[in-house]
Design a protein around this ligand. Structure first.
Ligand SMILES: NC(=O)c1ccc[n+]([C@@H]2O[C@H](COP(=O)([O-])OP(=O)(O)OC[C@H]3O[C@@H](n4cnc5c(N)ncnc54)[C@H](OP(=O)(O)O)[C@@H]3O)[C@@H](O)[C@H]2O)c1
Length: 399
């Protein structure tokens, strides 16, 4: 016996069409066909709808895996619905989004921080469904919110400290909002908390068409600095140009450091946002300016390097910074969310100039989460892959 989700009943309180960056060839709404592996089907408990109390406790469905490995290990599991603790809010999730961190966690290489949910999902958008003791009164039942999470977002409900919630900007759908917290807060943190970007500076963004990259391009523009990107296909470079990149280079078929030096008339870039690591290190140092800041926040290639990195860094008085957001403590994240809400969030609403836009590559229903993981693992997405959480699960064949 398996379950299927009734998508027709998905409620979108604000049915505004998805935003699309001008000229982008990608649209929201591409959907995966099938979903769960047979292993996953064993995790279903047929015959229950959402949040029905079972033996006195409420349950819910969530994306889960038991053993680290490939996307085929993912399944939908019935688990206990969480209760909001002190200062926490219970959110009924309408949409979450996928991050490289989910893929690493699934492979057993990025375990959740101590005390965090082991359910996948680092961000969510939905509505407030409950308030724990000691909440400040800022949030009310039914408020449309988006959340930065340490885990647990790819489920029907998640609890989150109230300071890690943000209101969903006016005229934005849950699907668009789910594409904001992790990628945009990461990019904002790297640029402002770590890199301290200044007006007029040149910022090189690797993986420019990634979720974080597309956010970083727009935030660099918002800071009146100049975004330059690398990406692996022409289609991705075009999307980054539509998002505001001043120049873009295909790292697979040209030496990006030479191109960056040409573009900057020999002076190089002031900041590099680097999620690639070892394979790019020599080219990074070639095109980093004197006193440049090289910020490593991912290792998509690998971590070990061989060469005269330290001497070359010293000769440019350059610095290397590293950053990981998920394991940061709550107070740091609350400070980050507060700063982002004040300085950036207003720019997602109509009339703002410049106007920022979350870029949704595709939307997969929760039961097709394995397919969504495959798409990201194969580097197919431009911008964010969003996971839609259906409002009800019923008995029946998988679609
Ligand atoms: N430190 C933090 O706090 C933090 C937070 C969030 C994300 N991250 C990191 O940020 C990066 C982007 O995350 P995301 O979720 O936005 O990713 P994403 O949307 O999945 O995009 C990643 C892109 O990186 C490029 N890529 C993959 N392998 C590569 C390689 N070996 N060399 C060069 N480029 C490669 C691919 O684009 P091309 O086709 O252009 O190659 C791929 O589509 C990841 O490394 C992630 O772990 C870090």
């Amino acid at each position: 016996m398996t379950l299927h989700m009734c998508h027709s009943k998905v409620k979108r309180p604000r049915p505004v069409p998805p935003l699309e960056l001008p000229g982008s060839s990608r649209v929201q709404g591409r959907r995966a066909g099938t979903g769960l592996c047979s292993r996953g089907q064993a995790g279903f408990v047929p015959g229950h709808t959402l949040s029905v109390p079972l033996h006195g406790k409420e349950k819910m469905f969530a994306a889960y895996f038991d053993c680290p490995g490939g996307p085929e290990n993912l399944y939908i599991k019935e688990v206990m619905k969480p209760d909001p603790g002190e200062g926490e809010v219970l959110v009924k999730v309408s949409a979450s989004a996928l991050n490289r961190g989910d893929l690493l966690q699934r492979r057993g290489k990025y375990p959740p921080s101590k005390g965090a949910s082991d359910i996948l999902g680092l961000e969510a958008a939905g509505s407030v469904a409950g308030l724990g003791p000691g909440c400040s009164g800022r949030w009310k039942i039914g408020d449309a919110v988006m959340a930065l999470l340490s885990g647990g977002g790819q489920a029907q409900y998640v609890t989150v400290p109230e300071g890690l919630l943000m209101p969903i900007p006016k005229d934005m759908t849950f699907i668009q909002a789910a594409a904001i917290p992790e990628a945009w807060l990461t990019a904002f943190q790297l640029l402002h908390f770590v890199g301290k970007v200044q007006e007029g500076e040149r910022v090189l963004i690797h993986a420019g068409a990634s979720g974080v990259g597309m956010a970083a391009i727009q935030l660099v523009r918002l800071a009146k600095a100049i975004p330059i990107v690398t990406a692996g296909t022409q289609e991705k470079l075009e999307a980054t140009a539509n998002a505001g990149a001043a120049a873009g280079f295909n790292y697979k078929n040209e030496d990006f450091s030479k191109k960056v030096l040409e573009f900057t008339q020999g002076s190089g870039v002031d900041i590099i946002l680097d999620c690639v690591g070892a394979s790019h290190w020599e080219k990074n140092i070639n095109c980093l300016s004197t006193d440049g800041r090289w910020i490593i926040y991912g290792l998509l290639s690998r971590g070990e390097i061989h060469g005269d990195l330290l001497a070359r860094l010293l000769s440019k008085r350059a610095s290397i910074h590293t950053s990981l957001l998920r394991p940061r403590h709550k107070e740091y994240k609350e400070r980050l969310v507060r700063a982002f809400a004040e300085e950036v969030l207003p720019h997602f609403s109509g009339g703002a100039s410049p106007r920022l836009q979350p870029l949704v590559d595709s939307v997969y229903p929760l039961h097709a989460i394995a397919e969504a993981h495959r798409a990201m693992e194969e580097n197919r997405n431009i911008g964010k892959i969003v996971i839609e959480i259906p409002v009800c699960f019923k008995k029946g064949p998988l679609q």
